[in-house]
Design a protein around this ligand. Structure first.
Ligand code: PLP
Length: 294
């Protein structure tokens, strides 16, 4: 059966927040599985079920050099018995280029390095191989991904009814799932990690009902995708010191958490509100500065 356990919802007891009239919870999707973590499991689950139901035993997907999605797909293939192929942007790369690619290869993924991976090309490959492979889009964001994230929202609502649910946003699939799974007065807030807000907005809008409401902040990108600043690194290290059971990465969850803390301190969230931040994983991509002492 293609299933993993539900993740815990934990209250963050951070002394830095004790004077603010909010409650902050974290949905620990980062600890669902040692390798298929965070939103990756949510987005893959119903795609894997669909692949199996349609008789496919081979998965193909796309990604960049440091793709958490590629790594999670390779791990899901190993865990649930699918062969996996990853088409990677960058023909100068190899499985030795970084830990993400090395681990994907070790999980048995067939890695193919390509000079370009634009929309038209991915579309062509998808059509060409659609009878041999179950093809998952880059980032794993499609309608079935949304269904998996809605399941995460149901888990949250089975425990609390938050005022806000916050998440880091790249391709928009996770935010789309959160928006689709909203009930009552809960608001969804995405923290963009890429500069193009219009692109992200449209990607989310394509996957959610027309009347759905959501917000996207582009104030915490820290320059660009994958870029960091000493302020961000210091924030993450400080957060981890005060909350020693939680680690963050500097590409997604660290930027979102920085944004959430900043907005709490600026009084953005309504008084006495309950906020849930979703831990979307990505910890294999932690940079070494986060683990150096000073
Ligand atoms: C760790 C992590 N968090 C958040 C995201 C953003 O999710 P989405 O692409 O669904 O917006 C991603 C991947 O894209 C990710 O790897």
């Amino acid at each position: 059966m293609i299933q993993l356990p539900a993740s815990p919802l934990e209250l963050i007891n951070d002394p830095l927040l004790s004077n603010y009239p909010i409650k902050l919870y974290i949905k620990r999707d980062d600890i669902i599985h040692p390798e298929i973590t965070g939103n990756k499991w949510r987005k893959l689950k119903f795609n894997l079920i669909e692949a199996r139901a349609s008789g496919f035993n081979r998965l193909m997907t796309f990604g960049g050099a440091f793709s958490n999605h590629i790594y999670a797909t390779s791990a899901a293939g190993k865990e649930f018995g699918f062969e996996t192929t990853g088409l990677i942007r960058g023909d100068e790369l190899s499985p030795q280029s970084n830990i993400m690619l090395t681990m994907s290869k070790l999980n048995g993924m067939d890695l193919i390095f390509l000079p370009r991976l634009n929309y038209g090309f991915k579309d062509k490959i998808t059509r060409q191989y659609k009878n041999d492979f179950y093809v998952i889009p880059e980032g794993g964001s499609n309608e079935l991904a949304v269904r998996g994230v809605v399941e995460m929202m149901d888990e949250i609502y089975s425990e609390i009814t938050p005022d806000y649910v916050c998440v880091a946003s790249g391709t928009g699939g996770t935010l789309a799932g959160i928006v689709t799974g909203l009930r009552g007065h809960t608001e969804a807030l995405g923290f963009a990690v890429l500069k193009d807000k219009g692109l992200l907005w449209n990607a989310v809008a394509k996957l959610v009902p027309e009347s759905a409401e959501f917000d996207i902040s582009t104030d915490y990108i820290f320059g660009n995708y994958g870029k960091t600043t000493p302020e961000l690194i210091e924030f993450i290290k400080g957060f981890e010191k005060r909350n020693p059971t939680i680690q963050l990465d500097q590409v997604y969850t660290g930027k979102m958490m920085f944004g959430v803390y900043d907005l709490i301190q600026k009084g953005y969230f309504k008084e006495n509100s309950t906020i849930v931040v979703v831990h979307t994983g990505g910890l294999l991509g932690r940079c070494k500065e986060l683990d150096t002492q000073n």
